[in-house]
Design a protein around this ligand. Structure first.
Ligand SMILES: Cc1ncc(COP(=O)(O)O)c(C=O)c1O
Length: 380
């Protein structure tokens, strides 16, 4: 099956043996009757499994070219489950430019539990090896990174991970499997904030993991069941529905993204524009090799390069909504320094380029002329 067909049919065999409904029913139930203790039809309690969640997990595994999908109550709950594979003394090497909430989870929760993190600029993947030692257990990659749109070479990271026998996990939230399939490039774990493009309509908070390896899947399923950070059947249904249009939404996000990136670059009141589709983006060739398109996420600074100019600009937007999050059909604008990345100390975030004048756009699927007109009026 090819990708577009998979978004609609992937993993969806016999979803409703009772009546043949085309969409899986929403099994709004906590428990399942048993004929005798242990005599059930595969489900006993909805924390360990629910048929609507299974339908979604199978769909996620299918579109990521994996074998096993696991859905969680949020993207951070999915990352939390990955980190619970490790024990005090273990070390993790992470991209230094990453979602602020991931950084907060790493440094404020798991560092306190004895796991050591190294934050590394992985645009040159060979830098990773400088931090590997016998305690290293995981390389954590976000690409494109949030919010600087840096591109990390997944194949190069996977060669390093395999050489040193450590796991490689890729946060694929920004790219989605429409643009990039990390398991095919050698990653062991793909993670999603399904809240974003997979859900696609800004109405569900959810996380996902997909893996190929059975033993790893079993360990993660155990953590999912034992820690219990699952999502409900109604939300599973909504994300399953979202996935069915992922390919056409992503196509439009990419088309609009390109037009907006080019518009911003030509505007005198705009400073730097960060978008991997530009030929002079530092890792454009890697983006071209590992992604099918460049997506609808763009960051830029104001030419004035001040906090005030950025705040003034985002306040003036009318079609773009000033809000946290990304990946929905509607265009959003965010101010990382005070919003998504406020939990990262100023000196740390500025090292990676997250300056006070940086604005992040999640370009939606509206008419591009309306989006450009909105930016034009806000830039004044
Ligand atoms: C790249 C990335 N990873 C993880 C997360 C966390 O996901 P959630 O908000 O669903 O917990 C986000 C949220 O913005 C994100 O942008």
């Amino acid at each position: 099956m090819k990708f577009n067909t998979k978004t609609i049919h992937g993993g969806q065999h016999n979803v409703d043996p009772a009546y043949g409904s085309v969409m899986p029913p929403i099994y709004q139930t906590t428990t399942y009757s048993q004929t005798t203790p242990g005599g059930h039809k595969g489900y006993e309690y909805s924390r360990s499994g629910n048929p609507t969640r299974t339908a979604l997990e199978n769909a996620m595994a299918s579109i990521e070219n994996g074998e096993y999908g696991l859905a969680f109550g949020s993207g951070l709950a999915a990352i939390d489950a990955v980190l619970k594979l490790f024990k005090p003394g273990d070390e993790i090497i992470s991209t230094n430019d990453l979602y602020g909430g991931s950084y907060r989870l790493f440094t404020k929760i798991f560092e306190g539990l004895g796991i050591k993190f190294h934050f590394v600029g992985m645009q040159d993947a060979s830098k990773i090896e400088e931090h590997i030692n016998d305690n290293t257990k995981l390389i954590w990659v976000e690409t494109p990174t949030n919010p600087m749109m840096s591109i990390i070479d997944i194949v190069a990271c996977s060669k390093i991970a395999k050489k040193h026998n450590v796991l490689l996990a890729v946060d694929n939230t920004f790219a989605t499997p429409y643009l990039q399939q990390p398991l095919d490039l050698g990653a062991d774990i793909v993670m999603h904030s399904a809240t974003k493009y997979l859900g696609g309509h800004s109405d569900v908070v959810m996380g996902a993991l997909v893996v190929k390896n059975k033993e790893l899947a079993d360990r993660l399923h155990f953590i999912q069941k034992a820690s219990g950070a699952i999502c409900g059947p109604q939300d599973s249904f909504l994300v399953l529905r979202g996935i069915k249009t992922l390919h056409i939404r992503m196509q439009r996000h990419c088309e609009n993204g390109e037009k907006i990136a080019e518009f911003l670059r030509s505007h005198p009141k705009v400073g730097n524009v960060y978008w991997p589709g530009f030929e002079d983006h530092p890792n454009h060739d890697i983006a071209k090799a590992q992604m099918k398109g460049f997506g609808g996420m763009i960051s830029f600074t104001t030419a004035e390069n001040t906090l005030e100019s950025a705040v003034k600009l985002v306040e003036k937007l009318k079609v773009f909504t000033l809000a946290e999050s990304l990946g929905g059909v509607e265009s959003l604008a965010g101010h990382p320094a005070t919003m998504t990345h406020a939990s990262i100390p100023k000196e740390e975030r500025e090292k990676t380029g997250v300056v006070d004048s940086l604005i992040r756009l999640s370009v939606g699927i509206e008419d591009d002329e309306d989006l450009i007109d909105d930016l034009k009026q806000a830039l004044g």
